[in-house]
Design a binder for this molecule. Structure first.
Ligand SMILES: *Cc1c(COP(=O)(O)O)cnc(C)c1O
Length: 364
């Protein structure tokens, strides 16, 4: 079976260095908030050209803590996309705020900036764009709208580590950039992990307190926080992989180009936009024959996944939000047509060729 992603090949290539780094942590007896987390935070902040980065327990908590640090809560509205992973919206609801959906752009599958303004009310506090599959959302237009209406911008960068718009990285446009180190993400740990980038030292300071039970000094608590810290072992693993991240992203883009060259006359391939540097966390095609392609690939021993089969406004868990079928036709249609194909930096040419041939045969 050709898997969506093979984490084992990367581990094998890095094994000695990773085990050495983990051993160093184990020998040091510093397991929580130690020098590895600090080093990783510094390096990732520098990589993004921002002042601060704060390691947290997961991408979901990066979103939770960012919204909380910005004071978003009960009665507030946050504008976001219905075509994303559930965690994006979970974080909004967890703060007691209301997600307000805006339909997506049919090419990029990211929030459509042209439809944001009509959904802004006096309760709107923030815009939360997601850089879907590694393609940057249109941050220039989004931050322009946000500054005109005095709104915060929180970027969901869980799928876009390393993506940029004309050199400016995702996660450096908004008030906060939220990253996930879930093992299969572009920069993946060996467990859960996340991080927030911000250029605002005050927001970073609040986040450091919130991730540690609202405590600045031992057992003195000025606010209600969370236990949400990135641990030293994960940071050690991430430091090893971070050194190579640009190389991994180059390889992902090479695999993507290979697919696009061979498949673009058969199915709709991911959009590339001038100046937008897509990092292909997923390689996602679209076709009205999606279900047929998926089952044919399966028969041929090839994995593929539908990210995401049900847009968020139609999820049972969000029934109370008052949305119905037809509200966001572009997102609904995308959910019926998208299919993500196997892609990872070490993927073999021959496997990619097999995938292409199977897609072409399925359509024929
Ligand atoms: C993975 C992901 C998250 C959540 O990250 P975790 O680290 O799994 O909590 C949030 N948003 C998007 C778009 C994701 O892909």
């Amino acid at each position: 079976m050709i898997p969506m992603v093979d984490l084992k090949v990367q581990y094998e290539a890095l094994r000695d260095e990773i085990l050495e780094q983990i051993t160093e942590v184990l020998e040091s007896s510093r397991y929580i908030l130690g020098p590895k987390v600090e080093e990783l935070e510094k390096e990732i902040a520098a990589y993004h050209g921002v002042r601060e980065a704060v390691g947290v327990a997961s991408g979901t908590d990066a979103l939770n803590l960012s919204l909380k640090a910005l004071g978003i809560g009960e009665g507030d509205e946050v504008i976001t996309t219905p075509f994303t992973f559930f965690a994006t919206v979970e974080a909004i609801i967890y703060q007691g705020a209301r997600p307000v959906f805006v339909d997506i752009d049919p090419e990029t599958l990211n929030i459509d900036p042209g439809k944001i303004e009509e959904r802004i009310t006096e309760r709107t506090k923030a815009i939360l764009p997601v850089h879907m599959f590694g393609m940057p959302a249109d941050m220039e237009r989004i931050t322009e709208i946000a500054s005109r209406y005095n709104l915060f911008v929180v970027e969901d960068c869980a799928q876009s580590f390393g993506a940029h718009i004309r050199g400016r990285k995702t996660g450096s446009f908004g008030d906060a950039g939220c990253f996930s180190f879930y093992p299969s993400k572009n920069l993946g740990a060996y467990g859960d992990g996340g991080l927030v980038t911000t250029d605002d030292a005050k927001i970073a300071g609040r986040m450091r307190v919130l991730r540690n039970h609202g405590s600045e000094k031992g057992y003195i608590h000025h606010s209600i926080g969370l236990n949400s810290r990135l641990d030293e072992i994960q940071a050690a693993v991430l430091l090893v992989k971070f050194k190579r991240i640009d190389h991994y992203l180059t390889l992902r883009r090479e695999k993507a180009r290979f697919y696009t060259e061979r498949l673009c006359s058969t199915v709709q391939c991911p959009a590339e936009r001038n100046g937008f540097h897509h990092v292909y966390h997923q390689y996602t095609i679209r076709s009205p024959l999606r279900d047929r392609i998926k089952s044919y690939l399966y028969e041929q021993g090839i994995s593929s996944v539908i990210y995401y089969p049900v847009p968020l406004h139609l999820q049972d868990a969000l029934k109370g939000a008052g949305y119905c079928r037809g509200d966001f036709p572009v997102a609904e249609r995308a959910s019926r047509e998208v299919l993500s194909l196997p892609i990872y930096p070490e993927m073999e040419r021959a496997d990619q060729e097999r995938v292409c041939e199977a897609v072409r045969k399925a359509v024929a």
